[in-house]
Write a protein that binds this ligand. Structure first.
Ligand code: PEP
Ligand code: MG
Length: 321
């Protein structure tokens, strides 16, 4: 099996009936790029920049960030790289920010909420990204977007920083795609509105599942409620993909579900454009997709979305693997 997968390193991911999807990788540091290339990743679907900020006692400077972003872009040699702006909070703390303890950190002051308030920090990251944009194929993505207003504010700040750089005669790529994570149910529900303003979506199922089923992703006691194949999740995913496609935008997924062998046939049938996963899952997923017929899976979508339990979904998909 491993030998068969290895042959797929330089291949495209095309289903048995000729439908192309992109398989990308999730990374945390520039050193992770090596694994992406070795495993045949066609891009980086999620660069979690928070690792640049963690395990130290002060914020990373603009130069440090610029170096990291430029390195990733260069090592990816023109392949798409989706960089997510700082997603701190929840379980990821930065001690040097000295933020007050919260009762519900996953529902609290985190990610884009924190960036829109601590704007110096946010603007520094955006400047580093904009400067790096001429070194590869950069796409910028904002995490934890709950409302249109947040997305608009984040985009407006990005535009301001871009104009400042251009006024300083610093080169910035002109057409950077700007997208968002869909990981909060509110944004999935109004994905049609977001799709008019975002260049792309990336569905963050790790959080989308936790928020939709109200089950803390870290809490063992409620892990039975953490159900990727729950029809509520699948319907939300369909809604997001359909809304994006209606506006001609592409949709990726960067949560764990994107590399899951039961989820993949469903996501393929729903029309997901990009699957971003840990690098070591890419070849297995490519092999699986090459053996699947999208048209055949599409015939089961309606039934899957009408099922009442996770178990029914799993058994139907398994019977087609
Ligand atoms: C997600 O929520 O699905 C996601 C990819 O982001 P993270 O796991 O970093 O919260
Ligand atoms: Mg998340």
């Amino acid at each position: 099996q491993k030998a068969e997968w290895a042959k797929l390193v330089n291949e495209k991911t095309v289903s048995a009936d000729g439908y192309y999807v992109e398989l990308a990788a999730n990374i945390g540091t520039p050193d992770d790029v090596k694994g992406v290339i070795e495993n045949g990743g066609e891009g980086v679907g999620l660069y979690r920049t928070e690792f640049l900020y963690m395990g130290r006692d002060a914020l990373p400077t603009e130069e440090e960030q610029f170096d990291a972003y430029k390195t990733v872009l260069e090592r990816m040699e023109g392949k798409p790289v989706v960089v997510r702006t700082l997603d701190i909070g929840g379980d990821k703390e930065l001690s040097y920010l000295d933020l007050p303890k919260e009762m519900n950190p996953f529902l609290g002051f985190r990610a884009i909420r924190l960036c829109l308030e601590m704007q110096d920090m946010f603007r520094t990251q955006l400047r580093a990204l904009l400067r790096a944009s001429v070194h590869g194929n950069l796409k910028i993505m904002f995490p934890m977007i709950a409302t249109l207003d947040e997305f608009r504010q984040a985009k407006a700040i990005l535009v301001e920083e871009k104009e400042k750089l251009q006024a300083e005669d610093i080169k910035v790529f002109d057409n950077i795609e700007v997208g968002m994570m869909v990981e909060i149910p509110s944004s999935a529900v109004i994905a049609d509105l977001f799709a008019k303003e975002a260049d792309f979506f990336s569905i963050g199922t790790n959080d989308l599942i936790q928020y939709t089923l109200a089950a803390d992703r870290m809490n063992e006691r409620v892990s039975y409620l953490y159900q990727p194949y729950n029809p509520a999740i699948l319907r939300l995913i369909k809604k997001v993909i359909d809304a994006a496609h209606k506006e001609g935008k592409w949709v990726g997924m960067c949560g764990e579900m994107a590399g899951d062998e039961i989820a993949i046939p469903i996501l393929l049938a729903l029309g997901l454009d990009e699957f971003s996963m840990s690098a070591t899952s890419i070849l297995k997923a490519r092999s699986q997709i090459c053996h699947l017929s999208k048209a055949e899976m599409e015939q089961h979508v309606e039934a899957i979305l009408s099922m009442s339990t996770t178990e029914e979904v799993v058994s139907l998909v398994k019977s087609h693997l």
